[in-house]
Design a protein around this ligand. Structure first.
Ligand code: CP
Ligand code: NVA
Length: 310
């Protein structure tokens, strides 16, 4: 392997170099091929991954647990009520204690700063499995899917339609790092955070790709190699659901919108999908949709991350 990533945290794609992202994607492709040959590969025998979840999960939870198992290690699921964190033990002390037992931590929670703090005080690698701000492991799987389907990353055009949320933020960083042109169409009041856009634009300028923001979904999908959307109401925003449904309705990805993108455009969604809201059945189940390949790639990417950092 080109570069030693042992011990490295994965908190934000902004912290990775394009070479490191390439290394994760190359390792994921290698492990995916190996997986299909049925040949065992157990570099993490005897190692344990703690998996902290204070939000629900289907894909992240199951794919990380399967990933560590297939690599020869063991995963321990730690739910919101399982740790003393919920009863006032500090994040720093939790990090110090877990470092004495575990070889790695994957965490999904609300406040991004909690993950940053955990990583600061842990002596073992910490992987961000989603915060209110970012979802980096998702976007690594998205990049792998795009690369598999389109044969390259640099120079592609990805269009994100909908809420400027954690997934949109990680797409901004991931696309900018890998030279993918990204257009985001979001309604007023639901734009991605200004500092995230500014940092992504700095990176994009270095790689010679474009980041564009608009409130016009039709114009945004013109010439897109892939159209991406996510739920309008993220975990933790449930009380804003009615307002969000109204504001985001014109941003639904349906057959009419996909027609503006053209036949070669893929459809991506991190899932879970709220069918009938941000995306219609015809698009989810249509020929352009690669959402289940994308979900599968979470497993291969997570195996790559764990094998590289643990
Ligand atoms: N895409 C994703 O992270 O799904 P889960 O919430 O099911 O983990
Ligand atoms: N934006 C969504 C992603 C779920 C995987 C959320 O945070 O709920």
């Amino acid at each position: 392997m080109a570069k030693n990533m042992k011990g490295k945290d994965l908190i934000s794609l902004l912290d990775l170099t394009p070479e490191e992202i390439d290394q994760i994607l190359d390792t994921a492709s290698f492990l995916k091929r190996l997986h299909y040959t049925g040949e065992p590969f157990r570099p993490l025998q005897g190692k344990t991954l703690g998996m902290i979840f204070t939000k629900p999960s289907t894909r992240t939870r199951v794919s990380f647990q399967v990933a560590i198992y297939q690599l020869g290690g063991m995963g321990i699921y730690l739910g919101a009520d399982d740790l003393q964190l919920g009863r006032g033990e500090t994040i720093a002390d939790t990090a110090r204690v877990l470092s004495r037992y575990l070889d790695g931590i994957m965490i999904r929670t609300f406040a991004h700063d909690d993950v940053v703090q955990l990583a600061e005080h842990a002596d073992i690698p910490v992987v961000n499995g989603l915060t209110d701000l970012l979802h980096p492991t998702q976007v690594l799987a998205d990049l792998l899917t795009l690369r598999e389907k389109k044969g390259r990353l640099a120079g592609l055009k990805l269009t994100y339609i909908g809420d400027g949320n954690n997934v949109a933020h990680s797409l901004l960083f991931g696309c900018a790092k890998m030279g993918v042109n990204l257009t985001l169409a979001t309604p007023a009041g639901h734009e991605p955070l200004a500092w995230v856009v500014a940092r992504a634009k700095e990176e994009a300028a270095r790689r010679g790709c474009q980041i564009e923001l608009t409130d016009d979904p039709r114009a945004a999908v013109q010439g897109a190699d892939a159209v991406y959307t996510d739920v309008w109401t993220s975990m933790g925003q449930e009380q804003e659901r009615e307002q969000r449904l109204k504001a985001l309705q014109p941003f639904q990805v349906n057959a009419r919108l996909m027609a503006h993108a053209g036949e070669d455009a893929l459809f991506l969604h991190c899932l879970p999908a709220h069918r009938g809201e941000e995306v219609t059945d015809e698009v989810m189940d249509g020929p352009q949709s690669v959402v289940f390949d994308e979900a599968e790639n979470r497993l291969h990417v997570h195996k790559a991350i764990l094998a590289l950092v643990m």
